[in-house]
Design a protein around this ligand. Sequence first.
Ligand code: FE2
Length: 443
Amino acid sequence: MKDLTGLEITVHNQTTLDLYNTVIADLCRFKNPVPITIAMLEAEPDFVMGQVFNGHINLWTTDRDDLQWSLDSLQRIARIDSSGLNTREKMHVAALQTWAAGDLAKAAIQLDEILIEYPLDILALLSGHQLDFFLGDAANLRGRVYRVLPAWDKEHPLYGYLLGMLSFGQEEAGHYEQAEMSAREAVERNPQDVWGIHAVAHALEMQNKYEQGARFMQTYQQHWQNDNVMVSHNAIHHGLFLLETGELNKAIAVYDNLVHWADIDPIPMALVDASSVLWRLYLEDEALGNRAQTLTDSWKQKSDQLFYSFNDAHAIIAFAANNDAQAAQTLIAELTDYVASGDPSVTNHGMSLHTGLPVCEAIFAFSQGDYNTTIEKLMPIKNTTAQFGGSHAQRDIFARTLLEAALRAGNKNLALALVNERLMARPHSPYNQKKWQQALAIH
Ligand SMILES: [Fe+2]
């Protein structure tokens, strides 16, 4: 049989294939794929690409609690006679084994190898794109999509989703105008393309188009706020525009309604979004109410994972903002042990060693008023924090922490130097203008 892009796929009944095609299309727009995946695997447990799909979605979450689902799929695959599988399917099984073992960098390459032979392999593209994001690999976020794009028919129903991915890669690689064009075409083709909407937001953010960005997110809210797993993330992009345009109360309302609240299911990717907004407010001495406590309660259910260092850095943000020194110190001690004794073949180990641990130490030091330690920890890695993933917009909180530490330490030269760098990139940012004035006022 053939899947929705015309690739040969080993499957035994049409119903299973229909479910696979549906759930792949759902994943393109970040609709929760779990219910259909369960139905698909109940219909045909020995469907190898279905098990591979299940393996992928349970690694996308960056949640150690989901890893077992991926390992279960690999175990099931191991019991299936593989002699009937085609080359592409065997390559997929090998890539999933690598990814589930924690070697994200190698898994990203293996998915690229699949795409070079099979550029229409949408699962390899979607997951490769996520891995490039987790790895902070801006060049490949763009290059991976560029390499396959000419092989696709522009009329294919999924083609627009490739433009959303391309846009995010173009934006992360610094090509903001191209990124805006690609993303706008993606969203025109599929208004419910929440990754494409998100790419428009990134492109506008990097071009200082804050009012336009706030309006765009408002206009598209009907599309991004329902029936997908990226609601909190698009919400924080909306919130970032509102913060830049000075609409603090609206930004907080977005946080309260769409990002985080008490007893929310603690999904790490959504908790990262919450920490990202809250830390920006904390750095500006805005009143947080009980939000830091609520977020701390959520993160405590996930903070001992040592699974994806970017998450650790956002967990400690909640603890620091909540003045929970004990939780912060416990996480730092666990991370310190992990980097000393962990497995270097696991990508997260290097991320934690080079970026995650110093960032966590810097954040905690900041919360203790030890601004010089924050500077000491962040200065050497200020240009390399992409190593533990995320986007420019997400990682800006670490740059802001360094700048704020310089201001509070009274280090005028460093504060001015850091502000100068920001102003060159984004001269019209109200935040940058405010920090420039604060730096100039240091005696
Ligand atoms: Fe984003």
